[in-house]
Design a protein around this ligand. Structure first.
Ligand code: ADP
Length: 483
């Protein structure tokens, strides 16, 4: 038996306590007698005893209850209960409480030592077994970890061969994994170690930095990354639970080039169409001045005018879109959106009256100014309010509201028109798309909302529609206010 093990004696002063102390001392145990409950707690915590002997009544407390409390806190601590006599039910209660040993008179010194040694050995065996089990379980976990290491290598091989750039990051945006393409995109040597380094340090690119900032704000998770040599990539951030996230990068240079060619085309064609249209208009006016026209001629002229007007609108809107999409809209000044709205509503006043619509305007609180091109903001409001009036049947209601939400201006244009089906709600912002619910005979080019979206985009804003068919639509625009 390993000696110098500490035995705590939690018994009230009595001849048996002396006997125990002597017996255990003689058997080379360290023995400490504790006087009360707090002394017991302190000793158990500070000196890690090999065993405690508890009296059936100690310092005014029932020994079995005290043992139970101790075992709740130290489940592997061996406890022997000492009772003045073996009362019926005692042994059962000892067993039930999870107490390791039970002593009662008559007792000789060797009985005490034997019971203590037996209990300590049993506890030690249990401790050894526990340690072995823990080792075995950890070993099997390590085995499993080895498998996942193999899987990690497999995963790395797959990611390496993907044609998109991929970088996996932890929660602090430090690199866990980066594939070959990612290195190629940013010209990072294949041998340069990246693991554990901050993405910001490895890729000091302003666009990438902006994307990572956006991920923290919980805003849009993609960003275009432009390189001086003309390459353009679309970088997308995907959060990965319990790991962090991954940035994937796709080469969209050819799509950008196609977009540029298309915009050039629209721009040129629109210009070339505008001049003949102006001259058609001019000649139509001249015809009217050449002499009185008969009824049919007047009707034909009216139809001609309608068509030429439609074509002019189309060309003007295409030109606007072309300019916006090509990034020519660079004029920025402080604009008070409330004032712009007032102008828009003035212009539509007669149409509202003609259709007997109820107009409600609601400007909540102080709406801050925005840094914007006032012409474009006006165009945006004209399109939204114009549509609400155009698509709402007679006697309906149009409600325009403006408010602040943190540092954003929220513009909401609601109507009681035909509404837009859910699957078409995002499509109405595409060029030339007209929804299936538009009433027959309502003229339009299908370009107004595409312009609205371009204006919102070029002002770092957002636009969307909330709508229910048969009830109405609400177009919502968010624009960042000028701080
Ligand atoms: P359009 O010149 O056809 O009005 P827009 O781009 O402004 O073109 O709108 C695209 C389509 O979205 C419209 O054709 C119409 O179907 C739908 N739309 C736009 N505004 C509304 C609205 N307030 N209520 C119902 N449908 C609308």
């Amino acid at each position: 038996m390993a000696k110098q093990e500490l035995i705590l004696l939690a018994l009230d002063a009595s001849p048996i306590l002396d006997l125990m102390e002597r017996a255990l001392h003689a058997a080379s145990f360290d023995v400490v007698i504790v006087k009360d409950r707090s002394g017991l707690d302190k000793s158990v915590q500070e000196s890690v005893p090999a065993l405690i002997v508890v009296g059936e009544n100690f310092a005014g407390q029932d020994g079995i209850t005290l043992s139970k409390e101790m075992l709740e806190r130290f489940p592997t601590l061996p406890i022997i209960l000492y009772a003045k006599q073996d009362a019926p039910g005692n042994a059962k209660a000892v067993l039930k409480a999870g107490i390791s040993g039970y002593l009662y008179p008559p007792l000789k010194m060797e009985d005490i030592v034997n019971e203590v040694e037996r209990t300590v050995i049993r506890a030690r065996r249990l401790g050894d077994w526990l340690r072995r089990e823990v080792k075995r379980t950890t070993a099997s976990l390590a085995e499993k970890a080895k498998i996942s290491e193999a899987e990690r290598i497999k995963l790395e091989a797959i990611i390496s061969n993907i044609q998109d750039g991929v970088v996996v990051l932890d929660d602090h945006q430090d690199i866990l994994l980066a594939n070959r393409m990612m290195r190629e995109i940013f010209g990072i040597d294949l041998n340069e170690p990246l693991l554990g380094r901050s993405l910001k340090d490895v890729i000091p690119n302003a666009d990438m930095h902006a994307l990572m900032l956006r991920t923290r704000e919980g805003a849009l998770k993609y960003h275009e990354i432009n390189f001086d040599d003309g390459r353009v990539y679309n970088a997308q951030y995907t959060p990965i639970p319990k790991i962090g996230g991954a940035v994937t990068m796709q080469d969209i240079s050819y799509l950008k080039e196609l977009d540029r060619l298309k915009n050039d085309f629209i721009h040129t064609v629109s210009h070339d169409l505008r001049s003949p249209l102006t001259s058609v208009f001019g000649y139509m006016e001249l015809i009217e001045r050449t002499g009185p026209l008969n009824e049919s001629q007047i009707e034909f002229m009216r139809r001609l005018q309608g068509s030429v007007q439609h074509m002019t609108n189309l060309v003007n809107e295409l030109l606007d879109l072309g300019r916006l999409e090509a990034g020519f809209d660079t004029r920025r000044e402080l604009v008070q959106p409330e004032n712009v709205l007032r102008y828009t509503l003035d212009v539509f006043d007669s149409q509202i009256k003609k259709k007997k619509l109820t107009l409600e305007t609601n400007v909540t609180g102080e709406v801050r100014p925005i840094r914007a091109n006032p012409i474009r903001i006006r165009q945006m409001l004209d399109n939204l309010v114009g549509n609400a009036i155009k698509y709402t049947p007679e006697g309906g209601r149009v409600r325009v509201s403006m408010s602040m939400q943190e540092n954003q201006i929220v513009i909401r244009v609601e109507d009681t028109g035909p509404g837009i089906p859910p699957d078409e709600q995002s499509r109405v912002f595409e060029k030339f798309y007209r929804a299936s619910t538009r009433p027959q005979g309502v003229e339009g080019t299908g370009l107004g909302l595409a312009i609205v979206k371009s204006v919102a985009d070029s002002h770092q804003g957002r636009v969307w529609v909330e709508s229910k068919v048969g009830e109405g639509s609400a177009f919502v625009v968010l624009l960042p206010s000028h701080e």
